[in-house]
Design a protein around this ligand. Structure first.
Ligand code: DCP
Ligand code: CA
Ligand code: CA
Length: 431
């Protein structure tokens, strides 16, 4: 068996705006810069246990919880009907009619005329996740907890359980904690590595729990390759061309074939398919808030500039709001994009001064983005990641006298958004 070595690497990517762009490649979970190196002292135990948690129909479930009139009904979160809202998510009742994330509310109404569209309360969902994570910290050391996205987290429970039975019991406890604390359901995956745990949490939705042991690898191997985290339609097509259709096919392929077709990414993919993901809980969102990360994987990869700009703007709004919510400002900024051919681009920049100003962060992000190879129809962008670090307490604008006059009422905007929904106010965006 291989030890917990690094499986990430980087190479020079030729196509793009620059002649030789450095493309960062790393396994799926641990970016940026906190790769799959073990964070344990005294070696690794034989078997490790990870839980991946994912809220069911997250935003929609929260809105149904908070408004009994919406329960049992087809709803979507995305703005009032008649507006040009986009479905961010929908209740399971709505999904039966074919309502999908990413559709316009208008289109969704064609599928489901009774659909009720409600506004998005971003800060509320974030608070829920933070409450849940704080509660988990009473049951697990903080370095065993990783928030992965607005509705997902990984827990490593190796230190508190001895076998799968105990891991399952712990997972049930987690479900109970969330239910008691927030009256919401989650679906959990339990396995011996993060990739498998994440895949396991896709089974048995909603309110499910799946234990995926080494000996049940066949359950994963039987799935079509596209079900694997990180494989989109494009990669699937290329795999199919190579005669690889299932995750098992990828796992049983040779390193050489995968390397020839996809470079080092192919080798990583094969490893992840085989259950050889050695990554640990990433300390990127750590307890003392040394950094904040936000990743977002799109259901449908995008490539046009307005789409990308919009996605980056949404990410920035989220991160800067989180900074303000915690009373923090940042000095370093990383933008990462994963393309649907598995390539990564990641750029880091030191800001002129500490800030949580949305416009400044957005401009910085766009500045970094311009250095990346431009996505096109053949190489779309699938995942966006923003990471800010070197965080300080925000002592207020008085420290930055020269900018004082430029201060925007972000905090006041947060309150409005909290009360009336995401779309109530936006800076410098029309339409
Ligand atoms: N989200 C979003 N835009 C997207 C995808 C998701 O704003 N393109 C938001 C709404 C979701 C939340 O993120 O509620 C979590 O996304 P998931 O992909 O986990 O979807 P859900 O939790 O809504 O549904 P599922 O039960 O399938 O996990
Ligand atoms: Ca979810
Ligand atoms: Ca999710």
């Amino acid at each position: 068996m291989e030890g917990p070595g690094k499986i990430s690497s980087s190479f020079f990517h030729r196509s793009g705006r620059g002649p030789h762009k450095r493309v960062r490649l790393m396994p799926m979970y641990s970016f940026p810069h906190h790769k799959d190196v073990g964070n344990r002292l005294g070696g690794f135990p034989e078997r490790r246990y990870f839980i991946h948690l994912d809220f069911d129909a997250f935003f929609a479930q929260v809105e149904q919880r908070d408004n009994p009139k919406l329960r049992g009904k087809p709803i979507c979160v995305g703005g009032a009907p008649g507006y040009k809202g986009i479905v961010m998510t929908s209740s399971y009742e709505a999904r039966k009619f074919g309502v999908k994330t990413g559709m316009s509310v208008y289109e969704a109404l064609q599928y489901c005329p009774d659909l009720i569209s409600v506004p998005c309360y971003g800060q509320k969902y974030e608070c829920i996740m933070q409450n849940v994570l704080s509660e988990f910290r009473k049951h697990l050391p903080e370095d065993c907890i990783e928030q992965y996205s607005v509705d997902e987290c990984f827990l490593e429970v190796t230190d508190v359980v001895n076998d799968y039975f105990q891991a399952a019991k712990f997972a049930w406890k987690i479900k109970q904690i969330v239910k008691e604390l927030e009256h919401l359901t989650v679906t959990l995956g339990v396995s011996f590595n993060k990739t498998y745990a994440k895949m396991a949490s896709k089974f048995n939705k909603p309110d499910g729990l799946t234990i995926l042991r080494e000996e049940n690898r066949a359950d994963i191997y039987a799935l079509p390759a596209v079900k694997m985290w990180g494989i989109g339609k494009r990669i699937e097509r290329r795999l199919n061309h190579m005669g690889l259709y299932t995750i098992g096919d990828v796992a049983n392929s040779t390193i050489n074939t995968m390397h020839k077709e996809f470079g080092i990414n192919g080798v990583i993919l094969r490893k992840l398919a085989r259950g050889e993901d050695t990554s640990s809980i990433s300390q990127k969102v750590d307890y003392q808030q040394k950094n904040i990360n936000h990743n977002h994987t799109l259901h449908d990869a995008i490539f046009t500039n307005p789409e990308i700009e919009n996605e980056i703007r949404r990410m920035i709004e989220y991160v800067s709001r989180k900074l303000r919510f915690k009373g923090l400002v940042t000095r370093y900024f990383i933008l990462t994009i994963r393309y649907d051919d598995l390539g990564y681009m990641s750029e880091k920049i030191r800001l002129m001064s500490y800030t949580n100003d949305e416009r400044e962060l957005f401009n910085t992000a766009m500045h970094l983005y311009k250095k990346f190879p431009e996505p096109d129809i053949h190489r779309k962008a699938r995942m966006f990641g923003i990471s800010v670090f070197d965080l300080r307490r925000d002592y207020g604008v008085t420290l930055d006298l020269f900018r004082k006059w430029l201060r925007f009422p972000f905090k006041e905007m947060d309150i409005l958004k909290e009360r009336y929904g995401e779309k109530i106010i936006r800076i410098g965006v029309t339409g």
